[in-house]
Design a binder for this molecule. Structure first.
Ligand code: C2E
Ligand code: CA
Ligand code: CA
Length: 658
């Protein structure tokens, strides 16, 4: 590419020189041709004028042509005629082309006849043709001017008969040089104009070709580079990785994937322009410490990757730590200070690795770094890969389940602590594993949240739970768990209203369970929607109480209808009953003071049930009574629970039919 620039310069120079030579030659021949034409034409006019004068002035020309004898009168005309105009010599030939006289011959008088008469071939030819013959001469011969015209003119009478030929010599030295100077000047002027035009044209052509070349270079650059950061793009980076992996001599190489933590929300908070600045900052930080032969790329969005070569694992980690530390330094964009952190995944490329696998494993390590809390680096391990493979499988199953009815709602009874009778059920969603088993929501709900599927799933659970509950005896309630993401899009209240309307379940039979962590995340938003849900007539329960921060402020502020004590406190009864009792007693008292009913979850033994009933707990839930089960199995449970009293005339079929 680079070598072609001087080559084209040389070619241009050669073309220019050849052009000048050609132009010079053209001017030379053109001027001479033009000069000769004009000089001859001019000489023709002069000759004609002279001949007219000569024929009228010369007495008895016919006789002279016949006998060649000059009379004194004729002699004086000849002497005079020789000096007329630019004529410097003339010769007269008889009708048979013999030379009769030469005007500047010193022996003019009678000299002709003394010698053998000279016969002229030119004169004979002119005689025969009856037309003039004109020749232009430019010579350095002595006795003639440098430039002259020699004209043979036939002497023809009115009857068309030729009597002889006069040969006239016209001195055109002055005319020739004048014409030559003028024409040369003109031609040179023209040449300069042409050369200028040519020069301009070539300059334009040269400029254009430079532009085309620059544009092509630019296009080539952007085919392999990211315009925002100047790093390689996905294609360019993959090329470099492939080259490194295909290198004939094996050397250690590592891939490090980087991803900006929470880039999407940074972009939303500070604007796209600030996001771009942050991307450039990150690019500088990670590309700065790489060496020659190594490569850095932006693979898309906020995803970067570097290829490190010939470095020990220790060196690789040092590099990553340096980058992570460097990016933490805040930058100022439009007067605002912004900062971001990176997560990094490291993969040491093996000697017989395939590129796709190396890239995938780098991604796996990066993914793990994200899962492990971000702003950190993780090196790939095989165990990581299988964990992530099962996560990916779960994601796929979940996506499929949402579309193809792969979810089920199970129900677990809530018992009245005094009567030990069923007063309602908690709806617990299940993901069918395709082999007759189920996957716990504790496993897949967080994944559904990550994938943005939770709203769809939550709405479906609400519809399904209310539909089933609408078929139960009127004294039974249904509790549905909510996820914080469901408060995000502002559609939750509408969804609940629709579920109630669709199923015909009276709102007071619906209970919604939220956790403390949801309130901590976004108290304003969640609180406002809870108030609306309550206004609909549904009751609100605080789930897993005591497992998180347990702020009295939230309990107080939102006025929950129910408190569900976290299972951990009931489990604690087995280890240290005395101490656990005291804590449970306090929680139950607190709940009652704040006008809440209190439920204990995780009741697995009669002992658990007795202690909690004794402490005044209102409701009990746990495996002791029933495990969560499909709607079709609830009838049997209720028959068993109410069998003797005759309450709960519910059939599984009816529950399904809603
Ligand atoms: P949770 O709301 O605390 O639900 C109670 C969990 O404890 C259920 O687990 C239930 O099967 C389990 N459990 C009940 N009794 C006992 C017992 O005696 N011993 C023991 N060891 N466990 C008992 P599950 O069904 O796996 O649900 C786990 C969590 O998933 C739930 O905890 C809830 O937070 C969430 N979840 C369930 N369904 C939904 C749903 O539809 N939407 C949302 N957003 N979350 C749900
Ligand atoms: Ca719950
Ligand atoms: Ca719970």
């Amino acid at each position: 590419m680079r070598a072609s620039a001087p080559n084209s310069g040389l070619a241009f120079f050669i073309i220019a020189v050849l052009g000048m030579l050609l132009l010079g030659g053209g001017i030379y021949f053109g001027v001479n041709y033009a000069v000769e034409r004009v000089v001859v034409a001019d000489a023709k006019d002069k000759t004609q004028a002279w001949i007219d004068y000569f024929l009228s002035a010369m007495p008895d020309l016919d006789e002279l042509l016949v006998n060649g004898q000059l009379t004194p009168a004729q002699r004086s005309v000849i002497n005079a005629a020789e000096k007329v105009g630019d004529i410097f010599r003339f010769k007269v030939y008889s009708a048979d082309a013999r030379q009769i006289l030469v005007s500047d011959d010193p022996n003019l008088a009678g000299a002709v006849q003394d010698k053998e008469p000279k016969h002229s071939l030119e004169a004979a030819a002119v005689m025969t043709a009856g037309t003039s013959d004109i020749q232009f001469h430019e010579t350095a011969k002595a006795g003639t001017p440098p430039a002259y015209v020699e004209a043979y003119v036939p002497i023809i009478d009115d009857g068309g008969k030729t009597h002889g030929v006069i040969e006239v010599y016209v001195d055109q030295t002055h005319t020739t040089s004048l014409l030559r100077t003028t024409f040369t000047a003109l031609a040179l002027g023209l040449a300069i104009v042409v050369a200028l035009g040519f020069g301009l044209l070539s300059f334009a052509v040269l400029l254009r070709s430079r532009q085309v070349k620059a544009a092509r270079k630019e296009a080539e650059f952007f085919a392999l580079h990211d315009p925002l950061t100047g790093l390689l793009n996905r294609v360019g980076f993959a090329e470099r990785v492939k080259a490194a992996m295909d290198a004939p001599a094996w050397e250690t190489a590592a891939l490090v994937g980087f991803d900006i933590d929470g880039f999407k929300s940074l972009n939303e908070t500070h604007g796209e322009a600030a996001g771009d600045q942050l991307l450039r900052h990150m690019a500088r930080c990670l590309a700065g410490p790489i060496r020659e032969r190594e490569a850095s790329g932006r693979l898309g969005g906020d995803e970067f990757m570097v290829l490190l070569r010939n470095r020990e694992p220790e060196d690789v980690r040092t590099y990553v730590e340096t980058v992570l530390a460097a990016v933490r330094e805040p930058i100022t964009v439009d007067g605002r200070v912004i900062s971001g952190t990176l997560s990094a995944g490291i993969y040491m490329i093996g000697p017989r690795d395939e590129m796709a696998r190396a890239l995938y494993r780098t991604d796996v390590a990066l993914y793990q770094a994200k899962v492990d809390g971000r702003n950190t680096a993780r090196q790939f391990s095989a165990e990581m890969e299988s964990r992530i493979a099962s996560r990916r499988a779960l994601e796929a199953r979940l996506r499929d389940a949402v579309r193809n009815e792969g979810l089920a709602v199970y129900f677990q009874p809530l018992m009245d602590a005094r009567q030990r009778a069923c007063i309602g059920f908690e709806a617990l969603v299940r993901l069918l594993d395709g082999e007759g088993g189920t996957i716990s929501p504790a496993v897949f709900i967080p994944v559904a949240e990550d994938l943005g599927l939770i709203n769809e799933i939550g709405a479906w659970v609400l519809r399904e739970a209310t539909r089933v509950a609408a078929g139960w005896p009127e004294n039974l309630t249904v509790a549905v768990n909510l996820s914080v993401s469901q408060f995000g899009d502002g559609r939750l209240v509408e969804t609940v209203r629709e579920a109630l309307a669709e199923s015909g379940l009276p709102p007071h039979r619906l209970e919604l369970e939220v956790t403390e962590s949801m309130l901590i995340e976004d108290p304003g938003r969640v609180g406002a929607q809870l108030a609306e849900l309550r206004a609909l007539g549904a009751s609100i329960a605080m789930d897993d109480f005591g497992s998180g921060y347990s702020s009295l402020g939230y309990l107080w502020q939102f006025g929950f209808d129910k408190l569900k004590i976290d299972r951990a406190f009931i489990t604690a009864l087995d280890a240290n009953e005395g101490r656990a009792r005291e804590v449970l007693d306090t929680i139950i008292m607190l709940g009652h003071k704040l006008d809440m009913r209190v439920t204990a979850e995780g009741i697995e033994t009669e002992r658990h049930a007795d202690v909690l009933a004794e402490l005044g707990c209102d409701q009990l839930q746990g495996f002791l009574y029933a495990r969560p089960a499909p709607a079709t199995e609830l009838a049997a449970f209720l028959m068993q629970s109410y069998g003797e009293t005759g309450v709960g005339r519910v059939t599984g079929r009816k529950a399904i039919a809603g």
